[in-house]
Design a protein around this ligand. Structure first.
Ligand SMILES: [Ca+2]
Length: 108
């Protein structure tokens, strides 16, 4: 791996920790009982983020549902369950049950 790649990886890790994600991810994982072996469980920060702070479509919908709140809750998560954030034809709630990514149209 090149120095540049390592730098990119390090920055991604830092960004992941610097923002609210760890707490959010905890709420997310316990609400949906995410299996660590599923695609969803492996994605971790990437469930909502493309890289660092940038949000994927599911992350954007969650941000809207949060409405400025700083803490994620099961109630906020429930607000976006009926949506199909990545527009792949599978509802967020169904993707979460299956363990696929609600913010990535390639995962369904
Ligand atoms: Ca979907």
């Amino acid at each position: 791996m090149t120095k540049r790649t390592w730098f990119g990886l390090a920055m991604t890790a830092v960004a992941c920790v610097a923002i609210a994600s760890p707490a959010f991810l905890g709420v997310f994982n316990s609400t949906y009982k995410v299996k660590s072996s599923s695609e969803l469980g492996k994605a971790k920060c990437a469930v909502c983020h493309t890289k660092g702070k940038e949000l994927d479509p599911y992350g954007e919908d969650l941000k809207k549902a949060l409405g400025g709140a700083k803490k994620l809750s099961p109630e906020v998560l429930a607000k976006v369950e009926g949506l199909d954030s990545d527009k792949d034809g599978v509802k967020n709630s169904d993707e979460l049950k299956k363990g696929t990514l609600p913010g990535d149209a390639k995962s369904k």
